[in-house]
Design a protein around this ligand. Structure first.
Ligand code: WTA
Length: 662
C-alpha cells in the first residue's frame, strides 16, 4: 500500500476536539446532536435497516409511486425501494419550485477571469434550473435521446454542466461525466464503453488564465468514435473551434427554440442515474453504475447529516471538487440541491489570480461550509498563512476533507488558519463506489481526532477484518469492509459483471471490500491506512498504476514500465515510473520530459509521472511478477525490509538505487 506524507505520525495521535458548544445553534439546530443520539441512531439502523432507510427515503425523496418494499438483497445484487418511482431532477429542483421556493438561489457561480469590475458572478434559482433543465431535456429529446440512453458530458465548471446532468435525469437518460482534465484517448475509451451517441461540451474551460480546449479534445476523440452523432457545444471562453456540419450544434441556438416546460419522467428506483468511470487495479477505467433512488437518498441524507445542512439559515455550501469526480456528483449536485442550501461553484484554479482566491471567495459570498481535499490544504500551507489571514473567514462553520488520508499537520493548519479554531473538521471517507459518505464525523456530535475519519454513518456496517472476514481487535490493521448493503452502493460495473464480483465481492465472501487498509483504535474510530491494490490517490484524484504503465509502453522508446506511488509533500502520493528502454533509445532528460508529455496526451496532465527512472531490467519474482513493493521502497528512498531472495536479478536492485533521479 502507498502511505501518504505524515502517515506514521497519525498512529500516535491523541488530540481530541469535541464539537464546539455553540455550533448547533449557529447551524440552526443539530441534525444529530450528541454521541448518544448518534449511537442510538446507528443501533436502530442496524436492528431495523428497512425501517431506518425506508423512513429516510420517505422523508428525503419525492415519490411519484411509493415503493412497496425497502430492500431485496441477494449478494452482491441489491434492489432498494422496490416498485417506487422518483426522479433525481425533481428531488433537486422541481420539488422546491412546487413548494414556493422557486426564487431562491440554488447555484451561486463565480467565473475564473477577473475583470476590472471583479469576477463574473451568476445566481441561478430553482426556478431557473427548472426552466433550463426542461429546455435542454426537450432539446435532447428532439435529437432522439431516450430514457435509458447514456449521454456523455465533457465540460468545464460552469452552471450549464449541472443543468446538463439534471436535464439527463429529467429525461430519464443516464449521464457519464468525463473530467475536463482527461485527454482525447481517455474520452474515446469512456464514450465507447458507455455507448454514447451524444456529447455535451464547451469550446473551452478556464484554468489559471488559459483556455483548456475541450472542444478540440472532443474533435480528436470523435475521429475514433463514428457512433457519436451529435456534439452540443456551449460557448464559454470564445476560443476558436472548428465545426463539423451535421454533427456539431450550438448549445444556445439549440436550447433557445425549446419550450421551457417538460415534466420529469417518473423513473424506477433502480434505473441508472449515471455512470462514472473510475480507476481500478487492472485494465481500463470501469463504469461504476449508480441508481436513481438509492444513490439519491444516500447523498441527500449524508449531505444533510455530515454538514448539518439547514435551509433558511443563510448557509452557503462550497465543495471545491470538479463535477468530473464523484465528489462533484454527490456534493455539488445530487446531495446539496435536495437540501435547499445554495451551492457555490467556482470555475477555476485556487491560485488565480493570486493564492488567496479561495479565501476571497469565502469572504465575498459568506461561505458557511467548505469542503476540499488534503492536497489543496497542503498547497495552501505552502503558500503561507498570510493569504487566509488577509480575509474575513468568520462565516465558516464546518470544514470538510475528502479524497485521501489527511495528515495531522494539515488537519491542524486547516482547523486553526481556516477555521479559526471554531469549526469542526469532517474527514469524510468514501469512494466512487459507495456513492456518498460512509465513515465520517458529524459536526455537532462526533469528537474529532486529527487524521481519523472516526465512525460510520448510521446504517453503514463498516468493519476492519482479516482475509476470512473475522473482525480484528483495536490497533490491528486489516481490510476495510462493509458487511451489509446500503442505498448508495454501486449497482455494478458497466458491461462487466465478473469484474464487479471479482473486485468487490470475492476477497471476503458476502462483504463489500473497499480496497483500503484500515485499523480501529480503542475508541472504535477508523484510521484509513491507504489502498491495498494498485490504485493511487494523486492529489486526491484516483488513478490506476496500470493505466499509466500502458500509456508509457505505448511510447515507441519504451519496452517495459512499472508505476508505483511514492510519498509526495503536496500531492500525498506522487507517481514514480521505472522504465526499460528499447535498443534504439537512450536515457536522457529530454526523453523523460517527452515521456511525461506523452502520458499527459494519453490520459491527462494529472497522470504525469513525478519521477522517471530508467533501468536495464525490472525486479521480478521467479514467476515473472514485478516486485512492486520493492519499487515502492526504492521510490520512497527506503531501505527495503523485503526478502529479495526471489529476485531474478539481484543486481537490478542496487542499480535502481544508484540510478539518477528525475
Ligand atoms: C481514498 C473519492 C482517507 C481511499 C471520494 C478511497 C480517503 C479512495 C478518504 C476513493 C478519506 C477517500 N481518508 N482516504 N477521508 N476519502 N479516500 O473513488 O483510498 O475517487 O478508496 O472517491 O480515496 O477515491 P474516489
Amino acid at each position: 500500500m502507498t502511505t501518504p506524507a505524515g502517515i506514521a505520525s497519525i498512529l500516535q495521535e491523541h488530540r481530541v476536539f469535541p464539537p464546539p458548544a455553540d455550533l448547533a445553534s449557529r447551524l440552526g439546530g443539530a441534525v444529530v446532536g450528541s454521541m448518544e443520539d448518534l449511537r442510538a441512531m446507528h443501533r436502530r439502523a442496524l436492528d431495523d435497516p428497512e425501517g431506518f432507510w425506508g423512513g429516510l427515503a420517505r422523508e428525503h425523496l419525492h415519490w411519484f409511486t411509493p415503493f412497496s418494499k425497502v430492500l431485496e438483497w441477494s449478494c452482491p445484487d441489491a434492489r432498494w425501494f422496490v416498485g417506487g418511482t422518483t426522479n433525481a431532477c425533481f428531488n433537486c429542483v422541481d420539488r422546491h419550485v412546487e413548494a414556493g421556493h422557486g426564487d431562491e438561489v440554488a447555484i451561486l457561480w463565480e467565473g475564473e477571469p477577473v475583470g476590472a469590475g471583479g469576477p463574473e458572478v451568476r445566481r441561478l434559482t430553482y426556478g431557473d434550473l427548472q426552466r433550463e433543465t426542461s429546455r435542454l431535456a426537450n432539446a435532447l429529446a428532439s435529437l432522439g435521446v431516450r430514457t435509458g440512453d447514456v449521454v456523455t458530458i465533457y465540460m468545464g465548471m460552469v452552471p450549464e454542466v449541472v443543468i446538463a446532468m439534471l436535464a439527463c435525469a429529467r429525461l430519464g437518460a443516464a449521464h457519464s461525466v468525463i473530467f475536463g482534465g482527461f485527454s482525447a484517448p481517455a474520452i474515446v475509451d469512456r464514450v465507447n464503453d458507455a455507448g454514447s451517441r451524444v456529447i455535451l461540451t464547451c469550446d473551452g474551460a478556464w484554468r489559471r488564465g488559459s483556455v483548456v480546449p475541450l472542444k478540440a479534445h472532443v474533435d480528436e476523440a470523435c475521429r475514433s468514435l463514428p457512433e457519436v452523432g451529435q456534439v452540443i457545444v456551449l460557448r464559454r471562453c470564445g476560443n476558436e473551434v472548428s465545426t463539423t456540419a451535421g454533427r456539431d450544434l450550438d448549445w444556445h441556438a439549440l436550447v433557445a427554440s425549446q419550450p421551457d416546460h417538460r415534466p420529469c419522467v417518473p423513473m424506477d428506483s433502480e434505473a441508472t442515474l449515471f455512470l462514472l468511470y473510475t480507476s481500478g487495479s487492472t485494465g481500463k477505467p470501469k463504469g461504476i453504475v449508480h441508481s436513481t433512488a438509492g444513490y439519491g437518498l444516500h447523498v441527500a441524507f449524508t449531505a444533510r447529516a455530515t454538514f448539518n445542512l439547514r435551509p433558511d439559515r443563510g448557509q452557503v455550501f462550497w465543495c471545491t471538487a470538479d463535477v468530473g469526480w464523484i465528489t462533484g456528483h454527490s456534493y455539488v449536485v445530487y446531495g446539496i440541491l435536495p437540501n435547499r442550501v445554495p451551492c457555490l461553484i467556482y470555475e477555476g484554479a485556487p491560485n488565480f489570480t493570486r493564492e488567496d482566491r479561495f479565501w476571497e471567495i469565502v469572504a465575498r459570498h459568506r461561505v458557511t461550509h467548505f469542503y476540499t481535499a488534503p492536497t489543496a490544504i497542503r498547497a495552501f500551507m505552502k503558500w503561507g498563512d498570510a493569504h487566509p489571514a488577509r480575509h474575513d473567514l468568520s462565516s465558516l462553520m464546518v470544514l470538510g476533507s475528502v479524497g485521501e488520508p489527511i495528515n495531522p499537520e494539515a488537519w491542524m493548519w486547516y482547523r486553526e488558519r481556516i477555521g479559526g479554531g471554531r469549526c469542526p473538521i469532517v474527514d469524510t471517507f468514501w469512494q466512487t463506489e459507495t456513492g456518498g459518505h460512509v465513515i465520517t464525523p458529524l459536526p455537532c456530535a462526533t469528537p474529532t481526532v486529527p487524521g481519523s475519519c472516526t465512525l460510520p454513518i448510521p446504517g453503514i456496517d463498516a468493519a476492519v477484518v482479516d482475509e476470512s472476514g473475522r473482525e480484528l481487535p483495536p490497533g490491528r490493521g486489516g481490510l476495510l469492509v462493509i458487511r451489509r448493503p446500503w442505498p448508495g452502493m454501486l449497482r455494478g460495473v458497466r458491461g462487466d459483471r465478473q469484474r464487479f464480483i471479482d473486485t468487490y465481492w470475492s476477497r471476503v465472501p458476502g462483504m463489500y471490500v473497499a480496497g483500503d487498509a484500515a485499523r480501529r483504535d480503542e475508541r472504535g474510530y477508523f484510521w484509513i491506512l491507504g489502498r491495498i491494490d494498485d490504485v493511487i490517490n494523486v492529489s486526491g484524484h484516483r488513478l490506476g498504476t496500470a493505466e499509466v504503465e500502458s500509456a508509457l509502453v505505448a511510447h515507441e522508446a519504451v519496452v517495459e514500465a512499472a508505476v508505483v506511488g511514492m510519498p509526495h509533500e503536496i500531492k500525498g502520493t506522487g507517481i514514480a515510473a521505472f522504465v526499460t528502454l528499447g535498443p534504439g533509445a537512450s536515457p536522457s532528460e529530454a526523453l523523460k520530459s517527452n515521456l511525461r508529455e506523452h502520458v499527459a496526451r494519453e490520459i491527462g496532465a494529472i497522470a504525469k509521472p513525478d519521477m522517471i527512472r530508467f533501468t536495464g531490467a525490472l525486479p521480478k519474482t521467479r514467476s515473472g511478477k514485478i516486485m512492486r513493493r520493492l519499487l515502492r521502497d526504492v521510490a520512497a528512498g527506503r531501505e527495503s525490509a523485503q526478502d529479495v531472495t526471489t529476485l531474478e536479478d539481484f543486481s537490478v536492485l542496487s542499480r535502481l538505487r544508484e540510478s539518477e533521479e528525475a
